[in-house]
Design a protein around this ligand. Sequence first.
Ligand code: PXL
Length: 263
Amino acid sequence: MVHKALSIAGSDNSGGAGIQADLKVFSAFGVYGMSAITSITVQDSLGVKSSHPVPADIVFRQIQSVAEDIGVDAFKTGMLQTEENVLAVYQAVKDFKLKNFVVDTVIKSKNGTFLLDKNAVETFIKKIIPVCDVVTPNTDEAEVITGIRIRNIQQMKKAAVEISKIGAKTVIIKGGHLPLKDKVVDLVYHKGDFLFLEYPLVKTKNTHGTGCTFSAAITACLSKSIETVKSIRIARAYVQGAIENSLSTGKGTGSLNHLWTVL
Ligand code: PXL
């Protein structure tokens, strides 16, 4: 039986993030990958040079075509760029009754370029987060969503509860940007329980696309009907391997190795 996953995200021509990362991850998990491209970015390992949104009706129709013809077992969103695209995705989720929805809260790139227009953030929070199953902000994004300053575990917990009140069933706050020594702690808030996933910090500059990779791996697992918390655990372990085996692609921030499991 083939499991089918859809990524609704931006194109990263440098291959490490966005649609390109997501399709590699789906393949690494043996899942049939599909895409709805929301934006075409021009970038290399040194940063995003420009981004060009795809018209909202084309985003909607890409989702419609695969939903009606092929079927979608799980899906994720990454970069959406415009408010029109946010609304188109919301409409498609409703119209085609899409299930197993992972939201990667892509707001800014590592070099500070906005990947979601400032005027789209509020709509994104109000429309997309309430209809998703799993949401995966890092601490910076969780601060934008909740207005809570996050510098420690206690504040992470508070933000996770607030985000779950917006409507996400399961909230993961990724702790990679927190100043903890030698380790990364991610918090999972699921059905009223807190769970901490702790991994050693990998000392590498090659971390481009980490968020895309993690959310795509969760989506791949959900498409195989693996239970949510188990999907998150498997995805986190997979990301650790992808970072440990990361690649020095380009002069700046290199890519994770999405295919490390088949090395
Ligand atoms: O990692 C966030 C991200 C998501 N999607 C696209 C990107 C990036 C970061 O550069 O380019 C298309």
